[in-house]
Design a protein around this ligand. Structure first.
Ligand code: SF4
Length: 249
């Protein structure tokens, strides 16, 4: 069955329904209605999107970086200085996923630099981690949204295959979703951070924990204690995952 978010976006673009079997015409459905749905441009657009996704999902690191560097698949490419691919150990056990680049990230080409980045580095240090050492950091979006606004559904949908491929190539033991945008895009839910944190989720077979985005924590100091709880929970979860992996049985 088609993913609900993908269906929503395709419907907004007027690309749904995708296919209507000719057999339905023979079984009594209106031929006019069928032609309206099964136009060549609709089919070509959807096939083009599928071919792009397949290319991304087969890419190695070099190809993937090149694709992101030159991507024009959503309107955000027009306003970027550069795309922001992600940074860190490409075989890391830990993957942290944020929302998208801000102004400093856009200028420097690296995620989580600036004030929120310094807080993230401190959060990592608090649980014995360091950027680049068994840690990879990426975003849902690779290009900066204007005014740091929340990504539009179409932007997130077009950018999603890059993150999926990064996750597949890294094969992390644990994913930490930083903030609502990361959580809602990875888990395909509109639930609040408050209701998602404190428990283990599943992202296609990889455990996932949700916590607050560092930029949010800079504005809401009171929730720093909750983020600390989440990090401790993540550290315990990772220890458990490594213990299971190390067990002879
Ligand atoms: Fe491409 Fe993602 Fe940048 Fe949009 S945000 S242009 S999909 S890399």
């Amino acid at each position: 069955m088609m993913d609900k978010r993908r269906e929503l976006v395709l419907r907004e673009l007027g690309l749904l329904p995708l296919w209507v079997p000719r057999a339905r015409v023979r079984s009594g459905q209106s031929a006019v209605a069928t032609e309206a749905r099964d136009t060549p441009s609709t089919v070509v657009s959807v096939r083009g999107e599928d071919a792009r996704n397949e290319r991304i999902l087969r890419a190695d690191w070099t190809e993937l970086k090149q694709m992101v560097r030159t991507c024009t698949a959503c309107p955000l490419h027009a306003g970027r200085k550069q795309s922001v691919f992600g940074v860190g150990d490409e075989r890391a056990d830990w993957l942290f996923v944020g929302e998208g680049p801000g102004a400093e990230e856009d200028a420097r080409g690296e995620p989580f630099v600036g004030q929120a980045g310094r807080l993230l580095d401190n959060m990592l240090a608090a649980i014995g981690l360091k950027r680049g050492q068994d840690v990879y950091i990426a975003n849902v979006l690779k290009c900066r949204p204007p005014g740091n606004r929340t990504p539009e559904p179409l932007e997130a949908l077009r950018c999603e295959p890059y993150l999926l491929r990064q996750i597949r190539l890294i094969a992390p033991k644990l994913i930490v979703a930083l903030g609502k945008t990361a959580a809602s895009n990875l888990l395909h839910t509109e639930a609040s951070i408050g209701s998602l944190r404190g428990r283990l989720h599943d992202f296609r077979g990889t455990p996932l924990i949700v916590t607050y985005h560092p930029a949010y924590l800079l504005r809401n100091l009171i929730d720093k204690a909750k983020a600390w709880e989440d990090l401790c929970y993540a550290r315990e979860t990772m220890a458990g995952l490594k213990a299971v992996r190390a067990s002879p049985n």
